[in-house]
Design a protein around this ligand. Structure first.
Ligand code: FES
Length: 189
């Protein structure tokens, strides 16, 4: 399930174009995992032969704080039914505050996607450390079940408009500019 282990950070490029009928719908979930924690947990789950939802396509990034909002918008625009972001627990980020930045972006992104008619449950953020393979399994299974229940993502606006909105993702102001503080508010809603 670890599809890509290249540390070069790029927007997800997984082939998400093929889909089956609604009855046998299986969600396509793009997982953006921090190299130091959640990616390691996924690796541990693999080496421990743990089974979890095969719907998750993992893209490794060096830190959750490196996840540009455009990565998320790009994934939805290219056919992902859900996006899962995984990062180090608060206080454990190898780049000190990258996960706080990820949390603030996540909150803003959820508002953006909701304004575009995408259910908030389709975007999820979890703190999962390298040793928490079992938690990774649980989260992946839960998210696959939640999105299976929601059904395939159907953009409420034409693809052309969504592509423009993809650009809007890049224009999400930094949390500082948006007036959100970097307070140690770490509970993920
Ligand atoms: S290094 Fe893992 S979230 Fe920053």
């Amino acid at each position: 399930m670890l599809e890509q282990a290249d540390s070069t950070v790029q927007a997800p490029q997984a082939d998400l174009t093929s889909q089956t009928s609604a009855e046998d719908f299986e969600p396509r979930i793009v997982a953006l995992f921090c190299n130091w924690c959640t990616y390691m947990a996924a690796d541990l789950a693999g080496t421990s032969r743990m089974r979890y939802a095969p719907n998750v396509r993992v893209v490794r990034v060096m830190c959750s704080g490196r996840i540009d909002p455009q990565f998320v918008m790009h994934a939805f625009a290219r056919g992902a039914d859900g996006v899962l972001i995984g990062g180090c627990h608060p206080g454990d980020c190898h780049y000190q505050e990258g996960n706080y930045k990820a949390l603030r972006r996540f909150r803003l992104l959820r508002r953006v996607i909701e304004s575009l008619g995408i259910e908030r449950e389709r975007l999820r953020l979890e703190w999962i450390s390298a040793s928490e393979a079992d938690r990774l399994r649980k989260v992946a299974d839960e998210m696959a079940a939640d999105i299976r229940a929601l059904g395939p993502l159907q953009l409420s606006i034409p693809a052309e408009e969504f592509r423009n909105a993809e650009g809007a993702g890049a224009e999400i102001p930094s949390p500082e500019i948006a007036g959100e503080t970097a307070a140690k508010e770490v509970a993920v809603p």
